[in-house]
Ligand binder design. Structure first.
Ligand code: MLC
Ligand code: AMP
Length: 511
């Protein structure tokens, strides 16, 4: 019987010579070289440790750790052991982690040593029995324990429809939803992207994205692994250091902010990236100005693609010819992906008309964790997933995203849901109500801004609200400005007119 376990497929792509370098760290005190054999053995030891815990089938393994090769190995080991990986942004604070752990009920939690005190408390209260630590310097109880286990392991037998990962993506009502991705979702997407982006022998990926979201964990890591390609591994993005490694690399993936920052780096030029084959952008809209400036500076045309946590990748600009990559568009639906544009009333729209983007395919997730009603709401009656993105398809099938029907801000590639932030602000003493909006920002694409109305006679300050938020929520969600106003603009139905607020603040960070 063939094994549908994603790990098995990734492992099968390891090169014949297991002693060649799979991953080289770029920003550790000295470079560390991990061979393919190290990945094989390290993931086996971790999988054996996980097996020894006798977790129930399909247990969730929640992981909030700094980026490291060992953290990637932990992900692969969870797949290998047949459990469900639940990555968490390192910026999340106690209130956020409490919700994820309470909702997902993981059987195993792995956190940084410095957070063990508060994370383990949350986990134990939620009924999790196993909490290990993993630090970015290869210390922590996880590796200490794994060292006692054997370095061979037979991957768990999985069906393609079995869960491989849960990715929390915030909800419009403010509560995050866990998108359930299967081994089949991830493998089909990895295989399609290998083909579409012409991954080839000799490719080397500069991996500079976090590994707790789709882009860095799946698109980038799977891309290299399923091609048996080496990764140059940055724990955080540094434009100068990344540029310095481009003469050894061929592929780079980034959110638009990374491209803006590369353009701000004087050493980034045609000579620096002459060895490069492909620059991929996604997770947020890439401004046409960035697309054009990048082409002029580097001689390369960024390939923009579009995807989301619930669906992995959906569309891509063409790999060949490079001249067919159109700035401001996200390209064509990937092979096997259905993408249509419907009106708000569900009527199919002709080419060129703007409407709701709906998708179908082997990459589309299984539903939201323990939210059957929410899942049903997000699919049409004929089972297409409603992305919440608004766009159009031209006569050649090329897709352009023009906006979002979901109230979502994407800042530096991270999603921020206004409803969640408004919830925190509205709970603060002296606050009557608030509206959170996204406004243009030269570095982050969009920046979070809060407009707050005080209760009668209450004295509140924007700086105090921002400071209070900083102690409660992930730092990238904290508004860059809190504007205190006497009231919010409303339409005749009483709905807050966020468009007027966006207009008022549109030049806050840009000229
Ligand atoms: C950091 N800061 C941000 C921010 N990142 N503010 C707004 N938006 C962001 N994205 C703020 C911090 O709060 C902090 O402020 C200050 O910047 C410095 O923090 P830092 O951590 O040192 O920042 P930096 O390392 O420069 O990080 C910026 C970044 C990072 C762009 C490298 O945000 C990043 O890696 N983004 C990529 C996100 C990503 O991978 N998305 C993929 C999602 S998957 P202060 O005031 O506290 O000092 C997806 C699906 C798909 O969307 O299609 O791919
Ligand atoms: P996430 O929930 O983090 O997976 O974010 C997915 C969302 O990011 C999508 O629904 C889009 O709104 C947005 N997105 C991803 N790629 C692009 C892109 N290339 N252009 C515009 N928006 C994008």
């Amino acid at each position: 019987m063939t094994n549908g376990n994603l790990f098995t497929a990734l492992r099968a792509a390891f090169p014949a010579d297991l002693d060649t370098t799979a991953i080289e760290t770029a920003d550790t005190a000295t470079p560390l070289h991990y061979s393919w054999r190290d990945l094989e053995r390290g993931t086996a030891m971790l999988a054996n440790l996980i097996d020894s815990l006798d977790l129930p089938a399909s247990s969730r393994v929640a992981v909030q750790v700094e980026k490291s090769v060992e953290a990637l190995m932990l992900y692969l080991a969870v797949l290998r052991a047949g459990h469900v990986f639940l990555p968490l942004n390192t910026a999340y604070q106690a209130a956020e982690i409490e919700y994820f752990i309470g909702n997902a009920e993981p059987a195993l939690v792995v956190c940084s040593g410095k957070n063990f005190g508060w994370v383990s408390k949350i986990a134990f209260l939620a009924g999790t029995k196993n909490v290990f630590t993993l630090n970015d310097d290869r210390t922590g109880t996880l590796l200490e324990r794994a060292a006692f286990f054997g370095d061979t392991h037979t991957p768990a037998q999985c069906d393609k429809d079995d869960l491989a990962a849960i990715l929390y993506t915030s909800g419009t009502t403010g509560r995050s939803k866990g998108a359930m991705l299967t081994h089949g979702n991830l493998l089909s997407n990895a295989r399609v992207l290998k083909d579409v982006w012409a991954w080839q022998e000799g490719d080397v990926l500069i991996h500079a994205l976090p590994i707790f979201h789709v882009h860095g964990l799946f698109v980038a890591s799977h891309g290299a692994l399923i091609n048996g390609s080496k990764m140059i591994w940055f724990s955080r993005f540094d434009p100068r250091a990344a540029t310095a490694r481009m003469d050894e690399a061929t592929v780079f993936m980034g959110v638009p902010t990374l491209y803006v920052r590369l353009l701000g780096e004087p050493s980034f030029n045609k000579a620096a990236c002459r060895h490069m084959r492909l620059f991929v952008s996604g997770s947020a809209p890439l401004l046409i100005e960035t697309f054009n400036a990048f082409r002029a500076r580097s001689g390369h045309t960024i390939l923009e693609r579009y995807g989301m946590s619930e669906t992995v990748m959906l569309t891509s600009n063409p790999y060949r010819p490079e001249t067919a990559r159109k700035g401001g568009t996200v390209g064509l639906p990937l092979p096997g992906v259905g993408l249509r544009v419907h009106s708000d009333k569900g009527v199919p729209l002709p080419a060129g008309e703007i409407g709701q983007i709906e998708v179908k395919g082997p990459n589309v997730f299984k539903g939201y964790w323990r939210m059957p009603e929410k899942t049903a709401d997000e699919f049409t009656t004929d089972l297409w997933f409603k992305t919440g993105d608004v766009g159009k398809i031209d006569n050649d099938g090329v897709v352009t995203i023009v906006g979002r029907s979901k109230d979502l801000i994407i800042s530096g590639g991270y999603n921020v849901y206004p409803a969640e932030i408004e919830g925190f602000i509205n709970d603060m003493p002296g606050v009557a109500e608030s509206a959170v909006i996204g406004v243009p920002h030269p570095d982050f694409g969009e920046a979070v801004v809060a407009v707050v109305v005080p209760k009668p006679d209450a004295a509140i300050s924007g700086a105090d609200i921002a400071a209070a938020l900083k102690s409660q929520i992930a730092n990238f969600k904290v508004p860059k400005l809190v504007d205190v106003v006497p009231d919010l603009p409303r339409n005749a139905m009483g709905k807050v007119q966020k468009n007027l607020l966006r207009d008022k603040h549109k030049n806050l960070f840009t000229k």
